[in-house]
Design a protein around this ligand. Structure first.
Ligand SMILES: Nc1ncnc2c1ncn2[C@@H]1O[C@H](COP(=O)(O)OP(=O)(O)OP(=O)(O)O)[C@@H](O)[C@H]1O
Length: 366
């Protein structure tokens, strides 16, 4: 647990952080967000003593960081910044091995650790001899994360680590970052400009304005009980849509209201089933429930006899993803219902737009 106790930072006359007190919970992700210049980075850097507070105290597990050696403290805390801060003239292995070498680990232990970390951040051994410039932005961020985790620190400080990554890759990095955190359960303090990122990744969000803490709460309370107009504005008009990030697909799956058939079924039987249920499309799986696509029922004026056409490039959603992504996929695909799959593309049911709307309504009534 990290505690900031009445922390103030002045740069000459400029008050960057003012009388800030907050408790950062162990094993959770705490997001710091607010407009440019509000004091987020200063707050982060005070935790690993890249910046020393002017007044107040910061404790880690009850011990003041000012009683510790600043260099040792810094080595014991992981730090990831935008553009990662990887050394360009060192390969991936040497970058990740940096802190373990500094603290005197033997080479065998370091090699095992680098292998383990590359695996954790979903890169493989072929990356060890590459240089940062030979990597994509997303890969560099993964290496940056691996490097920050090298000596297995309890605390990880992250300053807009995904800020320079395009939206599609950022979303992938978010998903993999969350599944990494599920395994490692570090205490993470994460600075961002992006409210969607804060909502998606944070267990708690600290909202800052002019060096002050305006609201500090779990994501649900921030979304549904914003402290004031400033927080409301930061969340935007569409905060009910944003709140869908907190809802998991798996809680909204329905297993009725559609027709499911096997690819090998006789067409006449499929058509009969669809006509009985009044459906123009049917979910197609193989006998192991693997999702294959859809059958669409077609009749033309020339040929009034109905026949089936098979569609295989169908948008599906993952059981463990969230409703916001599902909602936006529905809008993009122009579909009011999407098939849900899980590992191995196994079909588990459908999600309907109507049920997502009911979520909005419930949120408004509450
Ligand atoms: N080394 C410094 N010397 C003087 N002023 C500084 C210094 N570092 C930060 N400041 C000032 O302190 C204030 C807070 O800066 P900080 O970098 O913490 O903001 P931030 O919220 O992280 O901003 P951004 O989102 O733009 O990175 C700003 O007004 C900034 O200009």
């Amino acid at each position: 647990m990290i505690e900031l106790k009445r922390v103030t930072k002045r740069f000459d006359k400029k008050l960057a952080v003012q009388d800030l007190s907050m408790t950062i919970e162990q094993g959770k992700i705490t997001m710091l967000i607010g407009p440019s210049g509000c004091g987020k980075t200063t707050t982060l850097k005070m935790i690993n003593r890249l910046i020393d507070a002017t007044e107040g105290d910061i404790t880690i597990s009850g011990r003041s960081i000012y009683d510790l050696d600043a260099v040792q403290l810094r080595r014991s805390i992981g730090y990831v910044i935008q553009e990662t801060g990887l050394f360009p003239h060192m390969d991936v292995f040497t970058n990740i091995a940096m802190v373990p070498r500094l603290i005197g680990w033997d080479e065998r232990k370091i090699k095992n650790r680098v292998d383990e970390l590359l695996h954790l951040v979903t890169l493989n051994g072929s990356y060890v001899h590459k240089y940062p410039l030979q990597l994509s932005g997303g890969e560099r961020q993964r290496v940056g994360l691996a490097r920050a985790l090298a000596a297995d620190p309890e605390i990880l400080l992250m300053d807009e680590p995904f800020g320079a990554i395009d939206p599609i890759n950022r979303s992938r990095l978010h998903d993999s970052f969350l599944s990494i955190q599920e395994k490692i359960e570090k205490t993470i303090v994460f600075v961002t400009h992006d409210i969607n990122e804060a909502i998606k990744l944070g267990d708690k969000i600290a909202i800052m304005q002019n060096g002050n803490l305006v609201q500090y709460d779990n994501v649900n309370n921030i979304l549904y009980e914003p402290e004031n107009k400033f927080v409301e504005k930061l969340l935007g008009h569409d905060r009910n849509i944003k709140a869908l990030v907190l809802k998991k697909n798996k809680d909204y799956i329905v297993t009725t209201g559609y027709v499911q058939v096997h690819k090998a079924d006789k067409p006449e039987a499929v058509i009969r089933k669809m006509e009985e249920k009044g459906k123009r499309v049917a979910i197609v799986t193989d006998s192991d429930e693997k999702f294959l696509g859809l059958f669409a029922l077609e009749k033309s004026r020339k040929d009034p006899q109905p026949h089936l056409s098979f569609i295989d490039n169908v948008v599906t959603v993952e059981k463990n993803n969230n409703l916001q992504e599902t909602f936006s996929l529905m809008i993009d695909a122009g579909e009011s219902s999407l098939p849900v799959v899980t590992e191995g593309n196994r079909f588990v049911g459908a999600i309907n737009l109507e049920d997502i709307f009911n979520e909005f309504k419930k949120a408004q009534e509450d």
